[in-house]
Ligand binder design. Structure first.
Ligand code: BGC
Length: 353
């Protein structure tokens, strides 16, 4: 079988290799890889800026946004041959910390968690992979063309849950949400905002291509003006920041009304310096009871929430988020961003092209 591997120290880090078919361990599922979503984290891993290799190896099977079809399922696993399945990315740390011990590995306290395709364990960028059934999630069979959007949807399901929990500390009746960044995370955050009946606004730089009509067809408003202007025009109760761009992060924090919540989801590179009026920002956050919360990864509860959100969404709209499907032998292309990209997908099987 073929797999996309990364060796960050090599001159050409990305490679499609022939690997032996994996043998499922006791109780595990054998899954045929159908598709793999590509994201900024993958590009950071390729450039050596994020993640870790498995111990004693100089390569890793890349990929954490999975979609596959179960080929072999042990009795009692809850899965049957032919089921569509997605793999959970993170595994608890070995100690385990208090959060990991309670199934909240997305909130790991000691950082010793592992992540498939990211940190120390092989990912899902292979034509076959194995998985423990308790870390696999079954998808509605109708989601074959869009199920690869599950993992980023889990990330936004968690972000929304954080927002609702932070909001729940007092009376909370949000009306307007601003999402900054119309990439896959921004689009899916906007979708979950609409599903909550909110007035949704999305800010991005681009004025052409697939993003503006996608946002409008969701029933949300698309903005390209300066963030400061958009913040004062929209007056959002909630901001979901999905760019990691320093200026947007701070303008969002400064611009919310009283009891505003800013949820940060963008992983930005270190070393981006800007000048901020820290005094007035602090004053504003304190006097308005504002909250800023970071959110990463997702646990099994969020996978269930995401599966429900995708099942309830318009499939044709979801399909338009996937702007490119690239066959596995042209993997390099999938990992090279194109101007009109929202989500590029690697087809591990010809049926996913
Ligand atoms: C993934 C998360 C992961 C994070 C940090 C993101 O791209 O979606 O599952 O926890 O990267 O490695």
């Amino acid at each position: 079988m073929r797999a996309v591997t990364v060796s960050p120290d090599r001159e050409d880090p990305l490679e499609v290799r022939e690997l032996p078919e994996p043998e499922p361990g006791p109780g595990e599922l054998l899954v045929q890889g159908l598709a793999l979503g590509v994201c900024g984290t993958d590009r950071e891993i390729i450039s050596g800026g994020h993640g870790a290799l498995p111990e004693g190896r100089d390569w890793l099977v890349l990929g954490h946004e999975s979609l596959g079809r179960v080929r072999r399922a042990p009795e009692g696993s809850g899965f049957a041959e032919g089921d569509l399945a997605v793999g959970v990315v993170r595994r608890p740390d070995p100690v385990p910390c208090g959060a990991c011990a309670r199934g909240e590995f997305d909130m790991c306290r000691n950082g010793r968690y592992t992540e498939r395709g990211i940190k120390a364990i092989d990912g899902f960028g292979a034509q076959a992979w194995t998985i423990e059934p308790e870390y696999a999630v079954k998808l509605d069979p109708g989601l074959e063309r869009v199920g690869v959007l599950m993992e980023p949807t889990t990330v936004v399901a968690k972000a929304w849950e954080q927002i609702e929990r932070v909001g729940g500390r007092s009376w909370f009746d949000p009306r307007r949400v601003l999402v900054t960044g119309a990439g896959p995370i921004g689009m899916l955050a906007a979708l979950l905002g609409k599903q909550r009946g909110l007035d949704v606004h999305v800010l991005d730089r681009v004025t052409e291509g697939p993003k503006p009509p996608l946002v409008r067809d969701l029933g949300a408003e698309y903005h390209t003006e300066d963030i400061e202007r958009v913040m004062s025009e929209v007056d959002p109760d909630i901001v979901i920041e999905a760019t990691g761009a320093a200026r947007l992060v701070f303008e969002a924090m400064a611009g919310t009304p009283a009891y505003g919540i800013v949820c940060l989801t963008g992983v930005s590179p270190a070393g981006r310096r800007i000048t901020v009026d820290a005094g007035s920002l602090n004053r504003d956050i304190v006097l308005e009871n504002d909250a800023v919360v970071g959110s990463v990864n997702a646990n099994l509860r969020h996978y269930r929430q995401a599966a429900d959100a995708l099942a309830a969404a318009d499939r044709a709209w979801l399909e338009r988020i996937i702007t490119r499907r690239v066959p596995i032998d042209r993997a390099q292309e999938a990992f090279t961003p194109q101007p009109d990209d929202i989500k590029a997908v690697l087809a591990l099987d010809p049926s996913a092209e």
